[in-house]
Structures are given as structure tokens and as C-alpha cells.
Ligand binder design. Structure first.
Ligand SMILES: Cc1ncc(COP(=O)(O)O)c(C=O)c1O
Length: 387
């Protein structure tokens, strides 16, 4: 570190100039991230309350109350206003907390957790931390967890099942009802990773789409990950973990006696924890309401459908599967998908490359003109690679 500090204006100028290299959501070229530019209200609220620390709740009882209300609102969205939980750093922390709770509930070391091969890699991290064994089962022809394979994998070491409501690679929803039936019958913990889908599916249902049950309406579901910093339009970090009831959450809660605000308990991985994140999510849920989110989700889905209709018209390209959410898998039987991703990157597009497809996520920052630009570039790539 230099001994003499620099004036603020010099620093701010340098930051502006350094960050020019970063991509922006405003450009519309980030067409694959599950995050987006936060809603303006959330930005405003977040920056106003940076000092709020939920790691020392006795100092910030009003913020604690707002977290409870936020969890209640998210619980209602997922059919259980009595849900207990926290706004955490993201889907990764939420999934770790869920498997930690499952391990505590089972009171077993080295238990097995059955997940579809499509599950997010945060579950691998969780299993590693917790000394659990992930048993990965194949997918059916619809890219969902294969229920027969799940049934065959259950044994005396199994402690939990995980289903995904909105897979990372394709946005597919696993057969959560069937997973719930197995969980109830075999007395297993069921966690639903709806990190992405949790802020889309309830609104799609309200919009009249045929949405399968995936939430606390199903009796076997013990916990759900639902991330406000994805389709919830909240600033990073804002993940969500919801437990069916407070007894489950208590399984991972630790008492802490030395806090400035008095004795407390923590049931999150991190100690010092952003109250600003919570207040921003609270503000968004209250400001946008069901109608606001419905409108956002509808616009994203309309653009997703436009892409889904247009892509197969371009020579050499097709969809992996019909979109369930605002996520599309773009594949090609004619060109190397790696080469296509490279060509898209040359044209400034930030896309995610999976082994056999490119993922496109139509987030709220994507406008119709961006979709048109993207299709135009894809046509050009088809001409170029098609010779
Ligand atoms: C289904 C799913 N779960 C969990 C996560 C992890 O979320 P985060 O990156 O917020 O930790 C992701 C991220 O893409 C995801 O798609």
C-alpha cells in the first residue's frame, strides 16, 4: 500500500476508467447470465443501509423484523407463509445450508444425497464440506431427474433427495411431485433448488402457464432455495433459503453469546451479514408485488418464445428442448458448438458454453432489439460456417 493516500476524485476517475473493460447488462450483450442489473429502487435502498449487519441482530432489530417479513412474503409465494429461513449470499450458500440441515436431521455421518446430474455444482461443494456422498442419477428424455433411477438409488445410507426447479443448463423443472412421494414414503429430506425458477414459476402459473407443483404444497418438500439476485432483480448478494418450519432451521442454528447487541443465534454460513440486501429484497417485493413480477416474467417469456421460434429457422441450428422458463439451449448438428460460441464472442456476445449446447438466458435487461441483433449474428455465423 502506498504511504500517502490519493484524493477521492483521482480514485473515482481511475475506477471509471479501469472498469470500462467490464461488460455491461445495458449493452444487451450479456445473454447468458442468471443475474441482471438490479431494479433502481433496490439500488437506492441498498446503498442507503450498508451498515446494517444481521450477524449482530440485537443491534438491528428492525432489520431482523424486515428479514422475517421478507421470508414470509417469499414463503407465501412458495405456498407456505409459515416458512422460516434467511436471505443469504446466494444459491450456493442456500444449497449448503439445506444439505447441512438434511445431515443434522438424519443424524448420520457420510450419508448419501441423490441429485440429478443436472444439479448445480454448489451441491458438490456442499457434499464435500459436509462429508456427504452425492449420488448422481441420469435424466429422462425431457432432461429431468429420472424417477426410476432415483428409486433405484435409494438405500439405507440415503439421507436426502434434491430436485431442481429450473436447471442451470436448460431451465427444466424436475418431477418434484414424484420426488416428494418418494421422500414421504422413505422418510427422506427433500430439498428443491429453485434458485432460478423460484422467481419465475409462481408468476408463470399466475399468467396461466401449466406449471407443475414444485413448492411447499408438496408434503415432502423440506426446504427451497430461491434467489432474489437472479430473477428477483435484487442486488448481489441476495440468495434465499426457506425451510418448511422453524424446527428445521433450528437444526443448524448456533447460539452466540458475545455480540454487542446481546446473545443471539445464527443459522447461516457467514457471520457478518448484509442487512442492506434484506432491505432491498423487502422493498422490491413490496414495490413490484405479484403484478410487477408477472409483467417482468411475461416480457422475458415473450422474448424467449421469439428466440425459440426463430432459431430453428436458421440453417444448422435447433433447440435442445422447448423452453420451460426464460432459458434456451441452442444446439447445432452441423457446426461445432464451441466454434459457434467463439464466433458469438467475436461479435461481443457473452454466452455460456455447455458440453453440447449454448445456454441463453433472457433476463429483464434483454430487449427485443438485442434478440434481433443476436439472431442477425447467428444467421451470419451460419452462413460463414456453412461455407
Ligand atoms: C439451479 C442453481 N442453483 C444454485 C445456483 C448457485 O447460485 P449462486 O451463484 O447465487 O451461488 C445456481 C447458479 O446459477 C443455479 O442455477
Amino acid at each position: 500500500m502506498q504511504s500517502k493516500g490519493l484524493p477521492q476524485n483521482i480514485i473515482l476517475k481511475e475506477i471509471q476508467s479501469r472498469l470500462k473493460k467490464d461488460l455491461t447488462f445495458k449493452s444487451g450483450k450479456i445473454i447468458s447470465s442468471m443475474c441482471t442489473s438490479p431494479h433502481p429502487l433496490a439500488k437506492k435502498v441498498y446503498t442507503q443501509f450498508l451498515e446494517k449487519n444481521l450477524g449482530d441482530p440485537g443491534l438491528f432489530p428492525a432489520t431482523v423484523e424486515m428479514e422475517r417479513e421478507t421470508i414470509r412474503m417469499l414463503g407465501s409465494l412458495l405456498s407456505n407463509p409459515k416458512a422460516s429461513g434467511h436471505i443469504v449470499t446466494g444459491g450456493t450458500e442456500a444449497n449448503i445450508l439445506a444439505l447441512w440441515t438434511a445431515k443434522k436431521a438424519a443424524e448420520k455421518e457420510h450419508g448419501e444425497v441423490i441429485v440429478p446430474i443436472s444439479a448445480h455444482f454448489s451441491l458438490d461443494k456442499a457434499a464435500d464440506f459436509l462429508g456427504l456422498n452425492l449420488v448422481k442419477v441420469k435424466l429422462n428424455s425431457q432432461f429431468q431427474a429420472d424417477i426410476e433411477a432415483v428409486k433405484e438409488s435409494v438405500n439405507s445410507r440415503t439421507i436426502a433427495l434434491v430436485g431442481v426447479a429450473g436447471t442451470t443448463s436448460l431451465g427444466v423443472v424436475d418431477p418434484i411431485r414424484e420426488l416428494s412421494e418418494i421422500a414421504v414414503e422413505k422418510n427422506l429430506y427433500l430439498h428443491v433448488d429453485a434458485a432460478f425458477g423460484g422467481f419465475v414459476l409462481p408468476f408463470l402459473r399466475e399468467l396461466g402457464f401449466n406449471v407443475p407443483d414444485f413448492d411447499f404444497t408438496l408434503p415432502g418438500v423440506c426446504s427451497i432455495t430461491v434467489d432474489p439476485h437472479k430473477m428477483g432483480l435484487a442486488p448481489i448478494p441476495a440468495g434465499g433459503i426457506l425451510f418448511r418450519d422453524n424446527d428445521l432451521r433450528k437444526l443448524i442454528a448456533r447460539r452466540v453469546s458475545y455480540m454487542a447487541g446481546g446473545e443471539t443465534e445464527q443459522a447461516t454460513l457467514v457471520g457478518t451479514r448484509s442487512g442492506a440486501s434484506v432491505i432491498a429484497v423487502w422493498a422490491l417485493l413490496r414495490h413490484l408485488g405479484m403484478d410487477g413480477y408477472k409483467k417482468i416474467v411475461k416480457r422475458c417469456m415473450d422474448l424467449t418464445w421469439k428466440l425459440a421460434m426463430e432459431i430453428p429457422k436458421i440453417k444448422g441450428f435447433s433447440l435442445v428442448t422447448k423452453p420451460t422458463l426464460n432459458i434456451i439451449g441452442l444446439k447445432s448438428d452441423s457446426f461445432s458448438i464451441r466454434q459457434v460460441a467463439y464466433e458469438l464472442r467475436l461479435r461481443g456476445w457473452a454466452v455460456s458454453l455447455f458440453p453440447k449446447h449454448i445456454r441463453i438466458v433472457v433476463m429483464p435487461h434483454i430487449r427485443e432489439r438485442h434478440i434481433e441483433m443476436f439472431l442477425e449474428d447467428l444467421r451470419e455465423i451460419s452462413d460463414k460456417l456453412g461455407g
